[in-house]
Design a protein around this ligand. Structure first.
Ligand SMILES: Nc1nc2c(ncn2[C@@H]2O[C@H](COP(=O)(O)OP(=O)(O)O)[C@@H](O)[C@H]2O)c(=O)[nH]1
Ligand SMILES: [Mg+2]
Length: 449
């Protein structure tokens, strides 16, 4: 399977069983979320198959008829887009069926055999997202524990999938030998999990050091977007950083794609980062690893909590986000609440009413639509103002002998006016107090030399 999320999308279909105790609204919301998660991994979801059943099919999750329908779709020509040329068709094949529940290893294997392409369940999709987003050593360890926990009961199925080669690996002889090999692998997994857990405890002990480093990093102006999947974080990230404007972000090309500078650029320069979204339907075993991937939000000096105002469940989601942020120790980081997608809330009158109610209930919040450039500009302004609160106005003197440092003035502060005499240049600037002090010392030093 092709990996790179940035490359051409991988075509997939989504499939789900609706159980009797699940309302249409819950069911649709969960499917929309899965499609969004899939997009994050670089999948293009081209079709959704659903089925009402009183329980999951024990053999292959979906009923026989639905399995056949998916098989037809996956293997038919109409699932291949565009050109009749074979190579193009090959690239556009449907490569995966994403199932909106956690299914057993044998259900997955049987379904795979019947539909003729890879099957990934909801848990696996989420694990893959966490895996790609775990930055800190603690987060990586936590996600690996979850992955190992998911894999352990699936080992036997994987050995079967590996075919004759896999059997060879598990020794000669019959089934017994293979099983004992699986047992061995399981023990290895248990040992590895125990080892990782000890690592995490040791990392916790290093917390003090981490905290000091964080303070340091926080002195760089940075904001993190947090909130539920589908709230519009990535859309806002692109809008705020003009991600299309490659020139502006050339500097960050080597960094993670989820970190960009605010654009148009500001003084001080502000870095914006996207975080892993909260998931409404998060499998229980993944809670710890989800929290660990969020820890990069702790490095931010400002959190932008994005809420989908058009989602009927947004108040509950807002509370969950608050609770989790408090649990990871982010309760003291300043926060702006952004109620997004206001354009998606009824007609103009309903939108105005909703906006007024939100502003009364959440003072200081921003109600907006990421699709309205004026609203994005307002948010941009609010962010810049937050970081400029602590700026001071001052005069900097740069002797003629140190003119090579001139660009540093412009890079670090906003120059309001500039004049010169026979000694050197004088800049009227706005900047952070400690940065100005550092520049003064540096320029004074240059004068002495
Ligand atoms: N109507 C409307 N849709 C939006 C808005 N912001 C984002 N979206 C859409 O909502 C979906 C999820 O957005 P995305 O940025 O990927 O959400 P994320 O999961 O929080 O990163 C996408 O289809 C966006 O086009 C908005 O203000 N209004
Ligand atoms: Mg996103």
């Amino acid at each position: 399977m092709r990996k790179e999320a940035q490359e051409q999308p991988i075509r997939a279909v989504v499939a789900a069983v609706q159980l009797p105790n699940v309302t249409d609204m819950e069911f649709d919301a969960s499917l929309a979320e899965l499609r969004e998660l899939a997009k994050t991994l670089g999948y293009e979801v081209v079709h959704t198959f659903t089925q009402k059943r009183t329980s999951f099919d024990t053999t292959a999750y979906l009923g026989v008829g639905k399995r056949e329908e998916i098989h037809q779709y996956v293997n038919s020509d109409f699932a291949l887009v565009g050109s009749p040329q074979a190579d193009v068709a090959e690239a556009d094949r449907i490569e995966a069926v994403l199932v909106d529940h956690e299914i057993s290893p044998s259900q997955a294997r049987n379904l795979e055999k019947e539909v003729g392409c890879a099957v990934m369940d909801r848990t696996m999709v989420i694990l893959e997202i966490f895996h790609r987003n775990a930055r800190s050593p603690a987060a990586r360890a936590q996600v690996e524990i979850a992955r190992l926990g998911y894999m352990a009961p699936r080992l036997r199925e994987m050995a079967k999938l590996a075919g004759p080669q896999g059997r060879q690996r598990s020794g000669t002889g019959g089934r017994g030998a293979g099983e004992s090999h699986t047992e061995l692998d399981r023990r290895k997994i248990r040992d590895r999990i125990a080892e990782l857990q000890l690592d995490i405890i040791a990392m916790d002990a290093d917390r003090k050091i981490q905290r000091a480093r964080r303070q340091e990093r926080r002195s760089q102006a940075s904001v993190a977007l947090v909130g539920y999947t589908n709230a519009g974080k990535s859309t806002l990230m692109r809008a705020l950083t003009g991600s299309e404007v490659l020139v502006a972000n050339k500097l960050f090309a080597t960094l993670d794609t989820t970190v960009r500078a605010l654009y148009p650029e500001s003084v001080p320069r502000v870095l914006v980062s996207d975080t892993v979204g909260f998931i409404k339907n998060l499998p229980h075993g993944l809670v710890a690893s989800f929290k660990s991937t969020l820890d990069e939000a702790l490095d931010a000096s400002l959190l932008l909590h994005v809420i989908d105002a058009s989602d009927p469940g947004f108040e509950r989601q807002l509370e969950v986000t608050n609770d989790v942020l408090a649990e990871i120790g982010a309760q003291d980081i300043p926060r702006i609440r952004i109620f997004n997608k206001i354009d998606h809330v009824g007609d103009t009158a309903a939108q105005a009413e909703c906006e007024a109610a939100l502003k009364a209930k959440y003072p200081g919040c921003i109600v907006m639509s990421a699709r309205r450039p004026d609203d994005v500009a307002k948010l941009h302004k609010a962010i810049v103002e937050f970081f400029q609160r602590d700026l001071v106005e001052a005069e900097l003197f740069l002797p003629w002998s140190a003119q090579q440092l001139r660009s540093e003035v412009y890079a670090n502060c906003k120059v309001l006016a500039e004049r010169a005499d026979e000694e050197g240049a004088y800049f009227r600037v706005r900047g952070e107090a400690d940065v100005l002090q550092a520049l003064r010392e540096k320029f004074g030093q240059a004068r002495k030399n």
